[in-house]
Design a protein around this ligand. Structure first.
Ligand SMILES: [Cu+2]
Length: 502
């Protein structure tokens, strides 16, 4: 079994073998030193108030990591956060022991400790976030951009736009508000997200309703809107104080200098914990060319949905000089955030952070996407339906009526083709993420498509999505809703390969 080795282990082994002075030249050329990534606390100003948040600061002083074409993901994560942490490389396909999920074999790393990672990354727009203690809500998140040669040849200006939802409350307070319990009880419940199936675990769900049908007429803290067929759907479990674009609000947005007639590759990352957006390019027309880092045949438009944890690569050719707001509008209430692309001397408009209400996210874009590199056609060896259930009272969310960690792992054999049919029996949308694999969306609401390859797919209220993947990365893999509060109240299970010891 490979495991993330510490630098000390590596140096020790190298010295013991007497190989340190003669590392292969190609290795030294590709990665002379590991990328140093520091987990620490920072103070951001939000709405005129200081806010203590976490951060993952890369070797260039900016959040996150950017890798050159062909460069290995060779990273030393230095924990200076003052508390334990573990960081997940969302969408990447490392060996499972480097995935950054708190399995018993790979527990969170202590304050002051250093953890080394070394694997071959896949190119595209990815991100990283803590998988410990709801730190994701407190901005322990950052971009992870892996360049490739073809993109560099395009000679486009890269603009990364990372979205967050921000609250001055602690995540424990947010969860306590949702579950109607004390902060201490909420904290204890969140910690069950780090208990693995098959171990002695606490009870996650307060009086779970097996089957997980949401009752009609639930009173939501957020807002309810009419969906297709007049069904009531529920949006925005959590009321946030601000929405951030590259860690700033529209009161003081990032202004990205662009050239007149410039060509831009916009890499949008929805790093929010419990919020979904419509990307609004305003007067610009963009072409979506990748979803979750994986190329799709271009789809043109000016408004695109982006669910929690998803990424969109959008190519934009600027038509003229000027200032061009790139906005992310929260689904439901009229809130927005964003950045401004501006040519030299352009007048920067003031943009309010309130706007007209936006409709709930839907899968209209998903249905139009087609992968550039689809899975080869093949019969499924394993086909499973997984029901998504739960509701607001009690606040608990389930997969097949089970609540993490009291779950039955789905066992996979290496080399198998797997098809998963996600059936949403709740009135919330769920962005569902599989660790360690890329899957292809092959049906939406019963209609077959040759859809996008991605790692996170939205299942709309009462909707249905089928995806397929090849089981080619043995290990233990988390499969969960990427709404943080759904995950910590139960909506997670495990895909486990045969022969992996627990
Ligand atoms: Cu969910």
């Amino acid at each position: 079994m490979s495991k993330p080795y510490s630098r000390r282990d590596f140096l020790g082994a190298a010295l013991a073998a007497g190989v340190l002075p003669i590392l292969p030249g190609s290795v030294r050329a590709a990665s002379p030193v590991p990328n140093r990534l520091v987990a620490r606390t920072r103070v951001l100003e939000v709405n005129g108030r200081p806010a203590k948040v976490f951060g993952l600061i890369g070797p260039d002083g900016r959040p996150g990591i950017r890798l050159a074409p062909g460069e290995r993901f060779r990273v030393e994560l230095v924990n200076q956060a003052g508390t334990r942490t573990i960081v997940h490389w969302h969408g990447q396909l490392p060996p499972w022991t480097q995935d950054g999920f708190p399995w018993p074999q790979t527990p969170p790393i202590g304050n002051g400790a250093v953890q080394a990672y070394d694997y071959a990354p896949i190119p595209g727009t990815y991100w990283m976030h803590s998988h410990h203690d709801m730190q994701e809500q407190s901005l322990m998140t950052a971009p992870l951009i892996v360049h490739d040669v073809a993109e560099l040849r395009e000679d486009r200006q890269e603009v990364v736009l990372m979205l967050h939802d921000f609250t001055f409350r602690t995540p424990d307070e947010v969860l306590a508000g949702l579950t109607g319990t004390s902060v201490a009880a909420a904290r204890a419940q969140a910690q069950t997200a780090e208990e693995a199936p098959g171990r002695k675990g606490g009870s996650n769900a307060p009086e779970p309703r097996m089957g997980g049908m949401a009752a009609d007429g639930i009173v939501m803290p957020g807002m309810a809107m009419s969906g297709p067929g007049g069904t009531r759907m529920n949006l925005n479990d959590v009321q946030y104080d601000a929405f951030l674009a590259n860690e700033r609000t529209l009161a003081d947005p990032e202004i990205v200098r662009v050239e007149r007639g410039g060509r831009v590759r916009l890499r949008i990352i929805n790093g929010a914990s419990s919020s979904q957006f419509w990307v609004d390019l305003g007067e610009l027309v963009g072409r979506v060319v990748a979803t979750d880092g994986h190329p799709v045949h271009p789809v043109a438009g000016s408004r695109f949905p982006i669910a929690m944890a998803q990424r969109l690569d959008i190519l934009i050719d600027l038509p003229r000089a000027g200032a061009f707001p790139i906005l992310a509008r929260l689904e439901g209430p009229g809130r927005q955030t964003g950045i401004v692309l501006a040519t030299a001397g352009a007048r920067i408009p003031r943009i309010a952070d309130s706007a007209q209400a936006a409709p709930p996210l839907d899968n209209s874009l998903e249905a139009r996407l087609t992968a550039v590199e689809p899975l080869p056609p093949r019969r499924a060896d394993i086909a499973r339906t997984i029901a998504l259930g739960g509701g607001m009272k009690p606040y608990a969310w389930s997969m097949n009526g089970e609540y993490w960690p009291q779950v039955t792992p789905l066992m996979l054999g290496k080399g198998q083709r797997v098809e998963i049919d996600l059936v949403n029996r709740s009135m919330m949308a769920h962005p569902i993420h599989l660790h360690g694999h890329a899957f292809q969306v092959i049906a939406i609401d019963g209609r077959p498509i040759q859809g996008a390859v991605r790692d996170t797919v939205l299942v709309t209220p009462m909707g249905r999505v089928r995806f397929a993947f090849d089981a080619d990365n043995p290990g233990r893999w988390a499969f969960h809703c990427h709404n943080l509060y759904h995950m910590v109240t139960g909506m997670m299970t495990e895909f486990r390969y045969e022969g992996i010891s627990t």
